[in-house]
Design a protein. Structure first.
Length: 269
């Protein structure tokens, strides 16, 4: 049974149907990828899930609760976090500060509560320690120790992408939306990212929705894949099922990419 579902969602812009009656279900702690050419509606689907857009039709359901139409901050509080195609970080803040900002939805005490009063730790201080423990684990997990105190604006693009991933993890989400996480990364960084995504699935027990143009990555780590074209669902299935679908081959992967993936798979066996 799917713990996250998108039921027949659709939206139009200026009379043009950007997404039309798309539906899919995602099992808990699985990796579900959405593929399609530029402009096919992939990021629009993520925007409807995360509350940036309100669907004109359909529902977004997490663990049986309808999240459709909630604001982005309320969607985040319900357990959905995301990264973006274009990095959304505070460049003039340090890596640690950016990661701590990811804890904001979990903070209960106010900043004026004080840390130490009458010989006792205040609730604010205890909460601060707990939040920092969560962030320290993420710093270690993503190997960000060497840049923890650097301003994000000074980091290479690949590192900034990891910081954004870390900030999303700091929300402790049930569902993590990754929008083109490998964009701008070199081959070595992409290889590391594949490992981190699988580790997030296994260590953090997070359900992952992935938009990604690197088909070797998609086919290598996905449990299920949804292929769309012009906002319409083509097929939902396993990597083996999707990569054999003729419309997918023609529109998204191309014969050369399929052959390359098959060769890579044979080389690994």
């Amino acid at each position: 049974m799917a713990h996250f579902k998108v039921e027949n969602i659709g939206i139009s812009f200026g009379g043009i149907r950007a997404v039309q009656d798309v539906n899919f279900g995602v099992r808990q702690n699985s990796i579900f990828s959405i593929i399609g050419p530029n402009g096919s509606g992939k990021t629009t689907i993520f925007n409807m899930i995360s509350g940036i857009y309100k669907p004109a039709s359909g529902r977004v359901v997490l663990d049986g609760e309808n999240l459709t139409g909630l604001s982005p901050d309320r969607v985040a509080r319900k357990g959905i976090a995301r990264t973006f195609q274009n990095i959304q970080l505070f460049g003039n803040a340090t890596v640690m500060d950016n990661l701590m900002l990811g804890r904001h939805i979990h903070m209960k005490t106010g900043v004026l509560s004080g840390f130490f009063m009458l010989g006792k730790w205040t609730p604010c201080a205890r909460e601060e320690v707990r939040h920092r423990e969560v962030v320290e684990r993420i710093v270690d997990f993503l190997d960000l120790q060497s840049v923890r105190d650097q301003f994000v604006s000074s980091l290479p693009y690949g590192k900034r992408k990891l910081v954004e991933l870390g900030r999303a993890l700091a929300l402790e989400p049930k569902v993590l939306l990754l929008d083109e996480p490998s964009a701008g990364m070199n081959t070595e960084e992409k290889d590391d990212l594949r490992i981190w995504i699988k580790d997030i699935q296994e260590d953090y027990r997070v359900t992952i929705l992935l938009i990604e143009h690197d088909m070797n990555m998609v086919m290598g780590i996905s449990d299920k894949i949804l292929a769309i074209n012009q906002g319409v669902k083509i097929i939902e299935g396993t990597p083996a099922e999707v990569q054999k679908h003729p419309d997918v081959i023609a529109a998204y992967l191309g014969e050369e990419d399929i052959d390359a993936h098959d060769q890579e798979h044979r080389d690994m066996v």
